[in-house]
Design a protein around this ligand. Structure first.
Ligand code: SF4
Length: 390
């Protein structure tokens, strides 16, 4: 198991407590994005297509602490953008650890060797290194040669220094099960503590929209990977039922509130992947979001999503309700043969609203323009058309 025992026990106790007090919607992981600026421009990324004044925004240490305390999730995944570009990241991590949070600091590792001295190993802290496959797969996914070698060097260095370290792997159409399996073997040989693996979400703003997996291809790919991995003792930093869902054996509905996202716009509705509105507070997010509008079967933009942002929390809640099913799945591993579970029908989903992104960018730019005369705002549907002072 890639999840440390103290984390599994604390999160398990937290989930049981939420059920006992009758809380139907509660967060497991806060997805904290203190900035959108990145030092890469990956093909499948839908997070960095903003005008420079928005890319220059940062959540302060205080805002990050407030977000963690406000929502109360036991785990905080710090993503972005590239978190290591944030000058106050070491303080953010330190303050969150002081508050008893389990921290996963996601990074492409390009700056890790330079910045690692600013961090100390801690039982509740893990690096979460972005690695999308072997050298060719990864360098292609992040559109920059040499990044795989830098990441692997940084992984070896971090492990030598005693850090807990996981990898975060996103798969796209064309991934070959055996090749992905061999990549996981090689990552295990590096001594990593866990793998978090997921299909890429089809971001509407991603530069390459041709290579996202649909649900059927996702399930077939994961069955192939898990078939290859049988008996190999891979450590996943994900629940057994979520892996079984990826392999097509569970009909899960999305639980977007399980991983709420806070970024420079505010609290993002409904999830880390989709920006369909923002609120100032977590309480407002929970109270004003019509959750039934989202998830596969409810909304066109959710049709092919099988990402942990929405479905890991479903798997955890299912495990609490059906512990024997979870135990069987954990012992047996994901089922790789036989009929797949029924798919959610899409005939009643509402159509996608593609104007949202531009509206939010316009509103944010207007807000920034009132604060700084250097920011110029032009009304347009395309963010590229915003005049922006860097
Ligand atoms: S299915 Fe859930 S997690 Fe996926 S995009 Fe939709 S709301 Fe977000």
């Amino acid at each position: 198991m890639g999840v440390p025992l103290n984390q599994a026990l604390r999160v398990g106790a937290y989930v049981v407590k939420q059920h006992l007090i009758g809380n139907k919607r509660y967060p497991l992981v806060l997805m904290l994005e203190p900035l959108f600026r990145c030092n890469l421009a990956c093909n499948g990324c839908g997070k960095i297509d903003y005008p420079a004044p928005i890319l220059n925004q940062r959540l302060s240490v205080e805002e990050c602490i407030e977000a963690a305390e406000e929502c109360g999730a036991p785990i905080v995944a710090i993503a972005g953008g590239e978190p290591l570009l944030h000058k106050e990241m070491p303080q953010i991590v330190e303050e969150l650890l002081k508050r008893g949070k389990f921290i996963y600091l996601c990074t492409n590792a390009l700056l890790l060797e330079k910045k690692i001295d600013l961090y100390k190993p801690h039982k509740n802290f893990a690096w979460d290194i972005h690695l999308d496959g072997d050298k060719e797969m990864h360098d292609n996914a992040v559109s920059q040669e040499g990044t795989y070698d830098v990441a692997v060097r940084a992984i070896k260095d971090a492990k030598k220094r005693g850090f807990r370290l996981c990898i975060n792997t996103t798969l796209f159409d064309g991934a070959q099960p055996e090749r992905v399996g061999k990549f996981i073997d090689s990552a295990m040989d590096l001594g990593i503590d866990g793998v978090m693996i997921s299909p890429g979400y089809a971001y509407e703003r991603a530069p390459d929209k041709e290579h996202f997996l649909n649900r059927q291809k996702t399930k077939e790919l994961f069955r192939g990977i898990f078939r290859y991995g049988k008996g190999r003792k891979w450590k996943f930093n994900q629940s057994a039922l979520f892996l079984d869902f990826l392999a097509g054996n569970q009909t899960f509905h999305c639980t977007p509130w399980g991983k709420p996202a806070r970024n420079v716009f505010g609290w993002q509705r409904p999830c880390y992947l989709l920006g369909e509105g923002y609120t100032k507070t977590y309480a407002e997010l929970m109270a004003t979001t019509d959750w039934d509008q989202y998830g596969t079967g409810n909304y066109e933009k959710c049709a092919d999503c099988m990402v942990h942002s929405g479905y890991e929390a479903t798997a955890v809640m299912e495990a609490i309700k059906h512990p024997i099913k979870m135990a069987v799945s954990a012992i047996r591993g994901p089922k790789t043969e036989g009929a797949m579970a029924a798919e959610i029908p899409l005939d009643k989903q509402r159509p996608a609203d593609y104007a949202m992104f531009s509206r939010h960018v316009e509103e944010k730019m207007e807000e920034l323009a009132t604060k700084s005369p250097k920011v110029r705002v032009t009304r347009s549907k395309a963010p590229e058309a915003f005049g922006a002072a860097d």
